[in-house]
Design a protein around this ligand. Structure first.
Ligand code: ADP
Length: 395
């Protein structure tokens, strides 16, 4: 009988899940519950190529997960027969404490709760997901896999803000990063694709989804990353500013009468591609550019300029660059963004191959020329499979 892990990603109004055979990374079944707490909830469960879709109210996360387990029983696969050995949970913020996956117990739950001030949008639903899953699946171990873990031992010089030390220490202000599971998976996979030992490589990973982050990885260890205390810092994102002068906050507060909550909303939900072009989806931005829209053109230019800066900065941090990988929705699918982000970086030894770079890619692939000193890759991220792998690694 095969062994499977149920991977759960519990968000504020959704639960996403995959049942995975961790050895081969095979997804046996997957699905999601959306609009939890709204009048019409949505459920989707996929098994053996068949999509089951339902619309019904889902009161809360407990009710949502109960329906998921019912769907497994009704549509399949039977979880017992599928050999489920553990549940792996995505948790966004593990602070400086967790450098790897953790077997969930009362202490781990208390830590996730205690870290809520550092991730007020994410840790509460993550915690809720673990609690209800433990109640409903009490006979298997539950493992928390933290999005910050890969960055938990960033060098001090990269993790530290130049802020009053006492204030920083007291309020735990430092750079924690995010998307760590993806950066870890992609950097490890990239080494396999280029056929060189991970230990030898200086890598940049560009995770470009709705949220976006860059990391510098030396010998398999993260030495810098673009997200900071929260996912707001760094690259331009779908709706987030990324890097911005903090004095903009003082200005908007003192001279424009914005409240802190309004600025939070502005920076996190009404900026980035959306703020510049009106659209947070990169495909829509391209459509506007094709129509001659100046705001969208500028959005794309700002997006690519920021990427280029980070690639150059990380090459400097690492003293060189061997492999650069693109991943996530935009990184995997958008050849225009890949080309614009790397334009002018030939001096670093980066030469994209226009023909190889074309089109959407679902398997890892080299998109640089044979003569390029830096190997440029597209590596589709598989965060759930990485969570499943880390979950069983702990058992
Ligand atoms: P997240 O998991 O952070 O919500 P994804 O990794 O799914 O995000 O990435 C979402 C982004 O990927 C969107 O901006 C979307 O426009 C972009 N994207 C998805 N498919 C394509 C495509 N074929 N071409 C360009 N961009 C794409």
């Amino acid at each position: 009988m095969s062994t499977t892990v149920l991977v759960i990603n519990s968000g504020s109004s959704s639960i996403k899940y995959q049942l995975i055979e961790p050895e081969e990374g095979v997804v046996v079944a997957s699905g999601l519950v959306e609009r939890i707490g709204e009048a019409a909830g949505l459920l989707r469960h996929t098994f053996e190529g068949v999509d089951t879709r339902l619309t019904e109210p889902v009161a809360d996360h407990g009710a949502g997960l109960r329906r998921v387990l019912e769907l497994f029983a009704e549509v399949g696969p039977d979880l017992g027969a599928a050999g489920i050995v553990a549940v792996g949970h995505r948790v966004v913020q593990g602070g400086a404490r967790y450098s790897g996956p953790a077997l969930v117990d009362e202490k781990v739950l208390a830590d996730i709760e205690e870290l809520i001030p550092l991730a007020p949008l994410h840790n509460p639903p993550n915690l809720r997901g673990i609690q209800v899953a433990r109640e409903l699946l009490p006979d298997v171990p539950h493992v928390a896999v933290f999005d910050t873990a890969f960055f938990s031992d960033l060098p001090d010089a990269a993790a530290t803000y130049a802020l009053d030390r006492e204030v920083a220490k007291r309020y735990r202000v430092r750079r924690y990063g995010a998307h760590g599971t993806s950066h870890q998976y992609v950097s490890r996979t990239a080494a396999t694709v280029v056929g060189r030992p991970l230990e030898e490589l200086r890598q940049v990973v560009l995770h470009l989804g709705n949220g976006a982050s860059a990391s510098a990885v030396v010998g398999g260890r993260a030495v810098d990353t673009s997200m900071g205390m929260t996912p707001l810092e760094g690259l331009v994102m779908g709706t987030r500013t990324g890097d911005i002068d903090p004095a903009v906050i003082f200005h908007l507060s003192r001279n424009a009468g914005f409240t802190i909550d309004e600025i939070d909303d502005l920076f996190n939900r009404r900026s980035g591609l959306k703020g510049l072009s009106g659209q947070n989806d990169m495909r829509e931005v391209h459509a506007l550019v094709a129509d001659g829209d100046a705001g969208a053109r500028l959005a794309l230019d700002v997006y690519a300029h920021r990427l280029r800066k980070y690639v150059g900065a990380y090459a400097a941090v690492m003293g060189g660059l061997d492999v650069l990988s693109f991943t996530a929705g935009i990184g995997e699918n958008d050849d225009i963004v890949r080309a614009e982000a790397l334009r002018g970086l030939e001096f670093l030894g980066i030469e994209l191959d226009a023909a190889r770079n074309t089109g959407r890619l679902s398997e890892p692939k080299v998109v640089s020329t044979d003569g390029s000193r830096v190997t440029v890759l597209v590596v589709p991220t598989k965060e759930e499979q990485e969570i499943a792998r880390q979950t069983v690694s702990l058992l």
